[in-house]
Design a protein around this ligand. Structure first.
Ligand code: G3P
Ligand code: CA
Length: 770
């Protein structure tokens, strides 16, 4: 199990997940009055306190508790308690809440406040049974039109347990609302301006819930302004490159004025004091605050608690820790799971085994990134890691040539002591430059041309050059793993029935091709084993989605028995299933599939990005969100923090191109051919050229056309120079030496992908004219 190694190292600290806030005292002040104090003790079963009424569904007092019962989401149970003073909406509303049952984890219960008309509209603090979901906790409006408007969500560190009581508290003051669970602030909003007073209430939705010890106290204080999200999206060196690497300043950089995203601090303990790059760690963290993301490089074991203490003292919550010792990363994450991890790898040249080991170590330590010196990087290595959900930061960039080389390796970050080189390099690329074509996952094969989830479709995906092949796994009635997207075989085969009600034998009789087109008659529903065996040892990653709960171990057993643990990446809409996967196979890339709406304001977008990345980090999963969930700031936020991710499901050219322009990596698509027809990268035969004045040289660049095989093709190109210094003149593919000096000459290939033009640009040729 993944976390065993942590246990002997540290006694746990639980403060990690709470938001740091000024605590409001819950004692009642002299000028504040208790408006409701109800323990339901004297009330007979079946009745309600005076002035309380059931608005819909079932609610009554039972054995000294208020019990609301709702069989399904279409039949909620709701009670309103009318207050004697209608004008008061500034209050503290508290109650113990206990889930007795819920029809599923998404179902919820709430406490209602500022209810109008003794019915709706109102605000509510809702809690899902599966409180650890991204939207497990909500601040929501029930509008005048009797519809939901959910404006703030958050996740709790764990699911609410059945039969365990949690103290919910709302402090409402003017437009300000704070919502607490057991004293921990979980929602803090200024969005309660529509209704400034009103009654309180209770609601159950697809759940049976008990409430007790209800207390309502007037609140005459002021809530402080909502702290600005404090979410950092550092502005980096301007560039027209799409998806440029993030810049991380190395430890030799002493002023933080260059436009980079992060700063690397080498942290150590000397004589009992914590230092970072030779200065006190706390001072350095304070200096970086609101400017750059701190990346702490730690090699000294045993200082993990002191590091976390420094982070707490300086309220630093957005931080990455890198180490060549994965135990240090796991120890740190045990103390605070929201700290992102990264592996530092500085051994000899990388062979296939080393690469596999890096992937395992990165995922096993709950990291998502590896930091490697330039000398160990090749484009193939970066590709291998990317395809297994490892973000790559390259260390180097001391010269312009090294900087351009790093960019062309396709790294996600550049760690450099000379950030000015990167700033200059970034400025030299033209509009719509794509350095490398993004990796692509073939969704259920190539369903735009062949029947989904069949071997013929997967083979086509492979032949087209898909980097990953996506598939959906379920279990038959007699316990075999097969491939099927829907719960039933009805849509894609000539049979009917639920997969888990059919035997393997019955499913194998079905035709999975005929409905798509008669020419595919005879295609079978593949078993998971067949799918694995088809691609065993081939250069492709299988993106395996678990459509069932409870098949995790069996899926891993089959992958292991084929010896394919280095060729798979897992994902599911069920977070608990992926958490279990993290226990069973922590060395694998594991993704959480989800969808969420995009907030309207920039501040809300940043807060949402932080919430999602914190969520992925806490649960050690990549954020495989639907593409509609993804927006430019979120993509940049992830990139600046060393996160890889896959996004689904692209079926139209326009949104596909739009998201790629925003920097999206890892598309999952029904139309693999739309991407794989494009070249991958442009290569020049030379990096340096000496020419005498008056002489000319013609450059013949080639495009690499496949990630998988070493294959290059001649393509139409033209040269451009980023220097306007009169040293050279370029004409088509010819460089003419004009005057002594040096100049950078780039090759550009313009191509069409998704009905738009894009530029592939080579590394520059450094031309010296004598
Ligand atoms: O790869 C993720 C995507 O497949 C999720 O949606 O319904 O197509 O399985 P779905
Ligand atoms: Ca799927």
């Amino acid at each position: 199990m993944k976390h065993h190694s942590w246990r002997h190292l540290f006694v746990t600290s639980t403060l990690a997940l709470s938001i740091v806030v000024p605590q409001i005292s819950s004692e009642v002040k002299a000028n504040e009055k208790v408006m409701v104090n109800e323990s339901f003790d004297g009330i007979q079963n079946g009745a309600l306190p005076n002035g309380w009424k059931v608005v819909e569904g079932q609610g009554k007092v039972q054995d000294g508790k208020l019990v609301l019962s709702s069989a399904s989401s279409s039949k909620p149970a709701r009670i309103v308690a009318a207050l004697p003073d209608d004008n008061n909406g500034n209050y503290v509303f508290e109650a113990d809440m206990t889930f007795i049952s819920a029809v599923e984890d998404t179902r919820w219960a709430s406490i209602i406040y500022r209810a109008q008309n003794e019915n709706y509209p109102y605000y509510q603090f809702a809690v899902r049974r599966g409180t650890s979901a991204l939207n497990g906790l909500e601040f929501a409006e029930r509008t005048e039109k009797n519809a939901w408007n959910v404006t703030e969500t958050n996740f709790y560190k764990e699911n609410f347990e059945y039969n365990k009581s949690y103290r919910l508290k709302v402090i409402a003051s003017k437009n300000r609302v704070q919502q607490y669970v057991n004293g921990e602030l979980v929602v803090d909003t200024a969005g309660a301006s529509k209704w400034l007073n009103g009654d309180i209430g209770f609601q159950a939705n697809g759940s049976t819930v008990q409430y007790d010890n209800v207390k309502l106290t007037s609140f005459s204080g002021e809530l402080p302004p909502v702290p600005s999200s404090g979410v950092l999206l550092p502005e980096e060196a301007p560039t027209k490159m799409i998806n440029a690497p993030t810049l991380i300043e190395g430890p030799a950089v002493t002023n933080y004025n260059v436009k980079t995203g992060s700063a690397l601090l080498k942290v150590e303990n000397r004589d009992g004091k914590m230092y970072a790059n030779g200065k006190l760690l706390n001072d350095q963290l304070n200096l970086l605050k609101a400017k750059k993301i701190p990346v702490l490089h730690i090699e000294q074991a045993g200082i993990e608690e002191a590091v976390v203490a420094a982070l707490n003292e300086t309220s630093t919550s957005d931080v990455q820790v890198v180490s060549s010792n994965k135990e240090i990363i796991t120890s740190i994450k045990k103390l605070n799971p929201r700290i992102r991890g990264g592996l530092f790898y500085d051994n000899s040249a990388l062979n296939k085994h080393d690469l596999q080991q890096i992937v395992e170590d990165v995922h096993e330590s709950g990291s998502k990134m590896v930091m490697l010196p330039l000398k160990q990087l090749t484009a193939d290595n970066v590709y291998y890691l990317h395809n297994r959900m490892v973000s790559v930061w390259g260390i180097g960039g001391d010269t312009m040539a090294d900087t351009h080389e790093l960019i062309h390796l396709g790294v996600d970050g550049i760690v450099t002591n000379q950030p000015a080189n990167a700033v200059k390099a970034f400025s030299q690329y033209p509009e719509k430059t794509i350095i490398q074509r993004p990796i692509v996952a073939a969704h259920r094969g190539v369903p735009s041309q062949t029947p989904e989830n069949t071997i013929i479709s997967y083979k086509m995906a492979f032949d087209l050059g898909a980097d990953q092949i996506e598939t959906d796994v379920q279990r038959t009635k007699d316990g075999h793993l097969v491939i099927m997207h829907d719960n039933t075989v009805d849509r894609t085969t000539n049979g009917t029935g639920a997969v888990d009600q059919l035997t393997l034998e019955e499913i194998r009789q079905l035709d999975a091709g005929i409905k798509y087109d008669e020419k595919f008659t005879g295609e079978k529903v593949p078993t998971f084993k067949e799918f694995l065996q088809e691609f065993k040892g081939k250069d492709v990653v299988l993106l395996v989605e678990l459509k069932d709960h409870g098949i995790e171990q069996q899926v891993i057993d089959e992958i292991k028995s084929e010896g394919m643990m280095d060729q798979v990446s897992m994902q599911s809409f069920y977070l608990d299933s992926m958490q279990l996967m993290n226990e069973i196979a922590p060395e694998l890339p594991i993704g959480y599939l989800f969808s969420a709406s995009v907030p309207g304001t920039i501040d809300a977008k940043l807060k949402n990005a932080k919430k999602m990345v914190d969520y992925g980090t806490t649960n050690d999963v990549t954020l495989n969100a639907s593409y509609g969930t993804v927006y430019a700031e979120f993509i940049k936020y992830m990139r600046q923090r060393g996160q890889m991710s896959m996004h689904w499901t692209f079926r139209g050219e326009e949104p596909f191109a739009d998201k790629l322009k925003e920097g999206l990596i890892g598309p999952i698509t029904d139309y693999t051919q739309w991407l794989t027809a494009s070249p991958i990268q442009l290569e020049t035969p030379i990096k340096k050229l000496n020419l005498n004045v008056g002489k000319a040289h013609e450059v013949q660049a080639k495009a690499k056309v496949s990630y998988r095989v070493d294959q290059r093709e001649n393509v139409e190109t033209e040269l451009f120079t980023a220097d306007d210094n009169g040293v050279v003149r370029v004409n088509g593919n010819t460089i003419e030496a004009v005057a002594p000096g040096t100049a950078q000459v780039f090759v550009k290939h313009t191509f069409t992908m998704l009905s738009e033009e894009w530029n592939l640009v080579s590394e520059p040729i450094e031309v010296t004219v004598k």
